[in-house]
Design a protein around this ligand. Structure first.
Ligand code: ASP
Length: 380
């Protein structure tokens, strides 16, 4: 399908779109999440389902699921091991909503705590507030017993150093590379930037192998997007949801994305359903995405229609300027109160050549697995 055709089709109606999530049965218990690296979504949904089957509360189930990803040092977009801000400090955002009690909690720009989703739940349960940010969020977390730990892994630090060294001003200068007084062999021409950065990284990280160095450079050039959103429904019709992330790599310290914004990166009303997002938080916030998905369903849309309509509002915000939209990676995950669900993405894949946009699903009975999302546009 050509890009132009897909674009027109998407704007005119949804007739040319693939339908991945049609004809679903109605399971009693179901958990959905974003797919994530290392099959993180599949493991998350499996864990949450295991807990649902044992009779656990839906919020405890989804939080236990995303904890696996928060604690995985090799997922560089969530929790421990996340790529840091521009100062090299990991700052985490998370939110949660508990359907039966209609309560929620959130933390933003939280440092030094590996499981921000659990801190969001503590905000919900142990305070009269809904959202704590920055220094106050850390002090609260410590006060209620969370251990303070360094979240910057060697791999994430190496990627951050590579990024710092790859930047340059209009005259090609970078403070993080050797100065004019350095011996000639230490100074590289601007067009040899990559080789020079890799040489310096080899000196700074003598234990890193070539593969790790190449990965660090790749993160510097193409910082990962990622977050995990997870939503559960149990056999009593109770629902809960959580979203957790390390946010945008190399962000300005203090930047908070959509993930901890209740209504933006997460919304749940168990009379209707739950929704969450991953991708470029700023563009999601301009359409209040998760809330919009749920209100669309409240007014009769299916999960797929609700999510695609929300994505079309993003398209409208750019007046369908495809060059700008090509820079936006955005995904929604929607679970309706009867178990119908959908993963929907602006593009078929986050960047050209990347794997297709997917979601993870664990339905009872059945194994936790990945499925393709539906999408509005196809990358060339
Ligand atoms: N939505 C997250 C944020 O904007 C990042 C992501 O999912 O890639 O912070």
């Amino acid at each position: 399908m050509s890009n132009t055709f897909t674009r027109r089709a998407a704007l005119l109606g949804a007739t040319a779109m693939p339908i991945a999530a049609e004809a679903q049965s109605r399971p009693r218990r179901i958990v959905i999440s974003s797919a994530n690296q290392n099959r993180g979504g599949v493991h998350c949904c499996a864990r949450a389902m295991e807990l649902l089957k044992s009779g656990a509360d839906t919020l405890d189930a989804v939080i236990a699921g995303v904890n696996l990803v928060e604690l995985d040092p090799t997922d560089h977009s969530v929790g421990y091991g996340g790529l840091p801000n521009e100062d090299g400090v990991v700052e985490l955002d998370a939110s949660c909503m508990h359907g039966p009690s209609r309560r929620g909690g959130a933390v933003g720009a939280l440092r030094n705590i590996k499981t921000p989703s659990r801190v969001a739940k503590a905000v919900m349960e142990q305070t009269s507030h809904m959202f704590l940010a920055g220094e106050g969020a850390l002090r609260f977390a410590k006060a209620v017993g969370f251990p303070e730990e360094d979240l910057l892994t060697e791999e994430a630090r190496m990627a951050w150093v590579a990024w710092k060294k790859s930047l340059k001003d209009p005259s090609g200068h970078n403070n993080w590379t050797p100065g004019l007084d350095a011996p000639p062999e230490k100074r590289g021409a601007a067009d040899q930037k990559k080789a020079q950065v890799l040489r310096e990284l080899r000196e700074m990280f003598p234990h890193a192998d070539e593969e790790a160095l190449a990965r660090a450079w790749n993160y510097a050039e193409h910082p990962t997007h990622g977050t995990i959103n997870c939503i559960a429904l149990n056999e009593k019709g109770e629902m809960s949801a959580v979203t957790t992330t390390s946010g945008m790599a190399w962000k300005i310290p203090g930047r908070v994305g959509d993930s901890p914004i209740i209504g933006g990166g997460l919304w749940l009303d168990q009379d209707v359903g739950g929704a969450g997002s991953t991708g470029l938080g700023e563009e999601n916030l301009r359409v209040c995405g998760a809330h919009t998905c749920i209100e669309n369903m409240r007014h009769g849309m299916t999960p797929k229609e609700a999510a695609l309509d929300t994505l079309r509002r993003v398209v409208r915000n750019f007046n369908a300027d495809m060059e700008k939209l090509a820079q936006v990676d955005l995904h929604f995950y929607v679970l309706r109160k009867d178990g119908e669900y959908c993963g929907a993405s602006l593009w078929d894949r986050p960047v050209p050549g990347a794997p297709m946009a997917r979601l993870a699903v664990a339905a009872d009975p059945g194994e936790s697995r990945e499925e393709d999302s539906v999408w509005l546009f196809e990358r060339k």
